[in-house]
Design a protein around this ligand. Structure first.
Ligand SMILES: [Zn+2]
Ligand SMILES: [Zn+2]
Length: 438
């Protein structure tokens, strides 16, 4: 009579099976090895699942391929073990990418598609902070490891993974871009179109070629690709706040969009829009905030920048940010690297909105293109109108009392004229009076 195998002996046996696996072998051979592990029972399957975290050449890939072959009871054993690991210890972002991909597949295998509502680390997929952490870790890996880290996501073709794929693309590595472009058709959904649009604009010709092939492949699968250059579907998460500062003298506007369904788990994105030079000067945000914390952040920023936040309708805020992105691209400026994550929170404009700013402003009198230097020398921007330094110097008299105002010696304010076509100046005394009579 043979004794049941000891756990250690079982682990060693699984190790040998994994080691002996040839990834280049035919699918049937791989499935056979997976079946042998499953045949050793739950202890063996758990040992196999733990192998997903083992370092060593190609080991993780072999384990992933074997896990993907498991079915029925063995799939649920593996899923249970992975869930336990996810809950027991913090995983680094690359490990999480692997677990997310494998766990999805196992849960579907064990519970049937659509029913897997298990402890999948969902946070990684829709929390911007987590996404950026994951991207930063990906950035620190060697090129081979980067490709390995996104391989399970690309093989899976689950649209839920597209935010991670988009993060990988934000590294602008031609190798990763090529890997994404050659796998995008597997996702078979219009949700891939924004990513495809990005790849079609890449400077690397090989990447663009692969992207065009992906476009054709998606079309063949019946995905409506004619909306390729149309705004993407809006994020459906409710908006908790949409605020903006008034444009400052150089036209900069701070915009904040906060969203959240669960109180205590709000997120916000803040963008500093620069209509003269960079389009989007800075972008940042936070996730997992309470309402009180969100209010605190807004108040802190207002205090530090000495600006007031006013409510703005979401479509206008989205249109400003979208125009800023467009302007940056046309100017050949780099968008801030974290923009790709935070623009998810901001969302895309549903339609054209009337905008309170002009990107790439020109002098309303002489048509000179306004640059930062013009502003330093006394040029100004008020909403959609602007004056270059020369025209401002010529016309800088108080609109109320007619006194000439010196850019360097006098304090003055400026505003859009009543008909909206020009900038007018006010001396401090008159602007004080005007402020009182309002
Ligand atoms: Zn001018
Ligand atoms: Zn005056």
């Amino acid at each position: 009579m043979s004794k049941p195998p000891q756990p250690n002996a079982t682990t060693a046996q699984v190790d040998r099976l994994v080691e002996g696996l040839d990834l280049a072998a035919a699918n049937e051979q791989v499935a056979e090895v997976a079946a042998r592990v499953a045949g050793l029972g739950s202890v063996a399957v758990a040992a196999l699942a733990r192998g997903l975290f083992a370092r060593g050449e190609g080991r993780r890939e072999k384990v992933a391929v074997l896990l993907a072959c498991l079915t029925g009871e063995a799939a649920s054993w593996a899923a249970a073990e992975l869930e336990q690991i996810v809950n027991a210890r913090p995983l680094n972002p690359t490990e999480r990418a692997w677990v997310v991909a494998i766990l999805r597949r196992l849960s579907e295998e064990a519970d049937g598609p659509g029913e897997s509502q298990r402890a999948t680390p969902q946070d990684l997929l829709d929390d911007e902070t987590e996404l950026l952490l994951w991207r930063d870790e990906l950035a620190s890996l060697a090129p081979d490891d980067q490709e390995n880290a996104i391989a399970p996501l690309l093989q899976d073709g689950n649209p839920d993974f597209l935010p991670l794929v988009e993060m990988a693309m934000s590294l602008a590595s031609p190798r990763l871009d090529a890997a994404v472009a050659s796998s995008l058709a597997r996702f078979a959904t219009p949700a891939t179109l924004p990513l495809l649009r990005e790849l079609l604009r890449r400077p690397d010709a090989a990447v663009r070629k692969l992207a065009r092939a992906a476009l054709v492949a998606l079309e063949r699968q019946g995905v409506a690709t004619r909306d390729l250059f149309v705004a993407q579907a809006p994020r459906d998460e409710p908006v908790a706040a949409c605020l903006a500062t008034r444009p400052d003298g150089a036209g900069h506007i701070a915009l904040l969009v906060a969203r959240g369904r669960t109180p205590g788990r709000l997120r916000y994105a803040m963008a500093i829009v620069d209509p003269i030079e960079s389009g989007i000067a800075r972008v940042w945000g936070e996730t997992g905030l309470t309402e009180a914390e969100l209010r605190e952040r807004v108040a802190d920023y207002a205090r530090q920048s000495r600006q007031e936040f006013l409510p703005l309708d979401l479509a206008t805020a989205q249109a400003i940010v979208a125009a800023a992105e467009d302007y940056a691209r046309k100017q050949g400026k780099h968008l801030p690297p974290d923009y790709v994550a935070w623009r998810r929170c901001i969302g895309s404009p549903p339609c054209d909105a009337e905008m309170p700013v002009v990107f790439g402003p020109s002098c309303s009198r002489c048509g000179t293109r306004i640059r930062n230097l013009q502003i330093v020398r006394g040029g100004c921007i008020a909403g959609r109108v602007a004056l270059c330094a020369n025209c401002a110097a010529k016309s800088r008299a108080c609109a109320a009392c007619g006194r000439h105002l010196d850019h360097y010696l006098d304090d003055y304010s400026f505003r859009t004229s009543a008909d909206g076509s020009l900038i007018e100046f006010l001396c401090t005394a008159c602007s004080h009076k005007a402020g009182k009579s309002r």
